[in-house]
Design a protein around this ligand. Sequence first.
Ligand SMILES: Nc1ncnc2c1ncn2[C@@H]1O[C@H](COP(=O)(O)OP(=O)(O)OP(=O)(O)O)[C@@H](O)[C@H]1O
Ligand SMILES: [Mg+2]
Length: 455
Amino acid sequence: MDKTTLDSLRLAYSQSPENATLGLLLAKGLADSGAPKEAVEIVVKLRGLGDADKLAAARIALVANEPKQALAFLDAETADALFLKAKACLLTLDHLTGLTAYKKAVALNPALEDQQLMQSLSSSVTEAKGGDNVVGFKVIKNERPPAVTADGDDGEFGQKPAVIAEDNSPPITFAEVGSLDEVKKIITRKIILPFQKPELLAKYKRSAGGGVLMYGPPGCGKTLMARATAGECKAKFYNVAISDVLDMWLGNSEKRLHALFEQARRTAPSVLFFDELEGLAGKRQYEGASAGSRAISQFLTEMDGFSKNNAGVLIIGATNVPWAVDAAFRRPGRFDRVQFIPPPDLDARRAIFEIHLAKRPIEDKLDLNLLAKSTSGFSGADIEHVVDTACDLAIEDALDAGKEIPVSMKHLSAAVREQKPTTAEWLATVRNYARYSNEGGQYDEVLEFLNRHGK
Ligand SMILES: Nc1ncnc2c1ncn2[C@@H]1O[C@H](COP(=O)(O)OP(=O)(O)OP(=O)(O)O)[C@@H](O)[C@H]1O
Ligand SMILES: [Mg+2]
């Protein structure tokens, strides 16, 4: 706005000061031409503004660094008003009110999300106020779940005691695992019921000891299923990385492994989960390497001892290369129950889409059947990736449009085209083992799966 226009606006406004629209126009002009203080002086006198004009007035006050004046215009509960209120509150140092307003604004319009604003507001909340007021904002603090420490000895080299991270992520149940009903039924019968009814088993002189080995292609739900099994048993879940276990031995401290099993027993009911078991149980892999073979024998000893007295502790191993797991691991009392976790079929893929799309902003009419049909050979992890990609595309659209855009079939189909199915290679490999090396019928479930799907 040039000076002449400003001057004539000023003149017009001085003659009809009750004209709020004119006043606001003049104030905007002044703010734009580097006179924010004068703009605010006009703005504060304006009466009877509509919601949109109030927003404009508040912006002018904020530019002039007059947050209190801005707040006077920000009484609406709309996304934009709440967002400006959050900004103004940051300047008045009322961070708690600001944070509440920010959260409401973003809930109404996620496209307004501004991490920097939120961090500025929340860091000051926890520092400046503390106490009871902040309870509602706990999520903002980056709280680490407490780790549980195994009380093994420190080893000859005086390292720190081994820390077994008890998995504190919220427990999940079978409901969060898409489809796989047959597997759930078998797990309930073979794993959960014996675990929950040891007395009944004892009557029949059966022991629920030993472990379960889950195997199947990568990304198809082994870890998820193990976690859900723990959830169904209402048991604590210890996710033990094999590399940690090996480190324990390399630190010459076998006792730590014992401590790990002991801890699981002490905190029963619990599930000890050994992921990527082949790292420990790899055939010939550790032959001759003293630390490695000691690792295997110690592990097996623990399992053997455990199977005699394992009330309330379930041991689950998982691998996607079952043929690399030494047969010694499958003897009775060890991983003597084996469970195949297959790639998701049509129903399972639809269910997995449904699970991963839940709680995200989606269009009403998503054709999940079509998505399931067009994702043959996809693993659960592939599908999760498709949904993530589709969300990224929707976010891009939302940023362009300046408002929330729900995930649509357009986004999902584009994401499906980008993702390659990953289970075929695994199935091709396992087919050979199932046909030519099926000792003790260990791959019967795989053969049945391959026959059923004509592969
Ligand atoms: N049946 C399913 N229902 C819902 N989500 C699934 C399912 N299968 C896989 N997923 C998704 O895929 C991700 C990977 O699954 P998970 O980690 O259980 O695979 P995995 O079989 O353990 O793979 P890996 O062999 O690579 O360890 C899960 O976090 C989950 O989001
Ligand atoms: Mg896994």
